[in-house]
Write a protein that binds this ligand. Structure first.
Ligand code: PLP
Length: 428
């Protein structure tokens, strides 16, 4: 840990908290974050040379595992021709065609540089298209750090939003309504109160930012129905679930067609890429065709497109998602069995290759309140035990874990053998 400690001390001199994205600082679990020097397949290696089995996978993008040879080569090849042109390229055309083939509801799409840009732009478009101001989101869902999305519910389930960060004006937050995930009644109430004012519902179809919470049966269909009833748009934020829970994302897995979809993470193969898109008539409202403004100097960057296209090519190999799902199930059911063995109250949720462990005696965790009421002391003990034994999990109990194509059965078994030891010490 010596090198990581030194780097963390230096980092804190000039970078707030020593990191360029807050959760990396390990505040939730304590201790020093390992600084990473390289990664390959299922493994990352820290600055001190220690290797870990990695279930963070750069927070989702690396569904094929780290340093995938085809993606690496595509980046090298593209870089030979120049890094950015600020003019249209063939790669962007192929990217749009490929995304449309894999996610057919995205009849038109626009590339951006992050998930935050994708959701922010989709919300602006939904507001511009419907000519309405309010948006509805769910407690515990994260959609990036744009102002109107950094909003939590007030004291009651159905109050106007209050900013969850200083710097977000209250006047702004009041247009964001926040209701309970997996609770259609709370959505119906919000629409009954504001029938003509809500531009859109934005939802993570599988919530991955309050640990991992899949939709209960009928929830997503219910959202679709309510949007249709009130003339609001349904936005699936598939930044995490896209090309992750199924080749065609959560909309394919659960067979629901949103009006707009936001993508990020996997679509860039590890480069900074996002996209939003959907129904043609809505997307045609975007500049230069329509009046809703959105732009980006580096959007559709040729090196990023090359990486993303190589990733989207590779994930189409037959059987990939079946095997990802199977291995995730083995891992999740393995954790469950170990928790029973060591008499530790635990629930494990999973969907596709996303999973999450909840230290709780609630049998089925379906919402934010249940997720935040878990035993953090046990989670932190478990977390540091796993880290010490070379398993890198997300450093907070509210984050989903990711299995990649590089996590073979032997790696999964090795992880469970380590978890067996660690859970024994958590129980002690
Ligand atoms: N939406 C979801 C569901 C996410 O999980 C994230 C990031 O984790 C975002 C949006 C924001 O994406 P980015 O961090 O690329 O801005």
């Amino acid at each position: 840990m010596q090198k990581s400690i030194e780097l963390f001390n230096r980092a804190q001199q000039h970078i707030p908290g020593g990191v360029n994205s807050p959760v990396r600082a390990f505040k939730a679990v304590g201790g020093t974050p390992p600084f990473i020097s390289k990664a390959d397949g299922a493994y990352i290696v820290d600055a001190d040379g220690k290797q870990y089995i990695d279930y963070v996978q750069s927070w989702g993008p690396m569904v094929l595992g780290h340093n995938h040879p085809a993606i690496r080569q595509a980046v090298i090849d593209a870089a030979q021709h120049g890094l950015s042109f600020g003019a249209p390229t063939e790669a962007e055309v192929v990217m749009a065609e490929t995304v449309n083939k894999l996610v057919p509801s995205m009849q038109m799409l626009r590339m951006v540089n992050s998930g935050t840009e994708a959701t922010m732009s989709a919300i602006r478009l939904a507001r511009g298209y419907t000519n309405r101001n309010k948006i509805l989101k769910f407690e515990g869902c994260y959609h990036g750090h744009a102002d109107s999305l950094l909003v939590k519910a007030g004291s009651g389930a159905l109050t106007f939003g209050v900013p969850s960060s200083p710097g977000v004006p209250a006047d702004f937050a009041q247009h964001t309504l926040t209701v309970e995930f997996n609770n259609l009644d709370s959505v119906a109430q919000a629409f009954a109160q504001h029938p003509d004012d809500i531009a859109c519902i934005i939802v993570e179809p599988v919530a991955g930012n309050m640990n991992c919470i899949p939709p209960v049966a009928g929830f997503l269909q219910g959202l679709r129905d309510i949007c249709d009833q009130y003339g609001a748009l349904l936005i699936f934020d598939e930044v995490m679930t896209g090309f992750r829970v199924a080749l065609g994302g959560a909309q394919q897995k659960y067979a629901i067609t949103p009006d707009l979809t936001c993508l990020g993470k996997v679509i860039g193969g590890g480069m900074p890429v996002g996209a939003f898109g959907g129904r043609r008539d809505i997307m045609e409202c975007l500049a230069p065709l329509g009046p809703v403004y959105q732009a980006g100097t580096l959007s559709g960057n040729p090196v990023a497109m090359a990486a993303g296209l190589a990733a989207l090519q590779a994930i189409q190999q037959p059987g990939l998602y079946e095997s990802l799902t199977e291995r995730t199930q083995t891992l999740a059911e393995g954790f469950k069995a170990l928790a029973i063995k060591h008499k530790i109250p635990m629930t494990v949720n999973y969907a596709g290759s996303m999973f999450g462990l909840f230290f709780t005696d609630v049998k089925k965790v379906t919402n934010y309140q249940q997720a935040i009421n878990c035993n953090n002391t046990q989670f932190n003990l478990f977390y540091h035990g796993m880290l010490e034994h070379g398993v890198y999990l997300a450093p907070a109990s509210y984050e989903a874990g990711f299995v990649s194509a590089a996590h073979d059965t032997q790696i999964i078994e090795q992880t469970l053998a380590i978890a067996d030891k660690v859970l024994a010490s958590v129980a002690a």
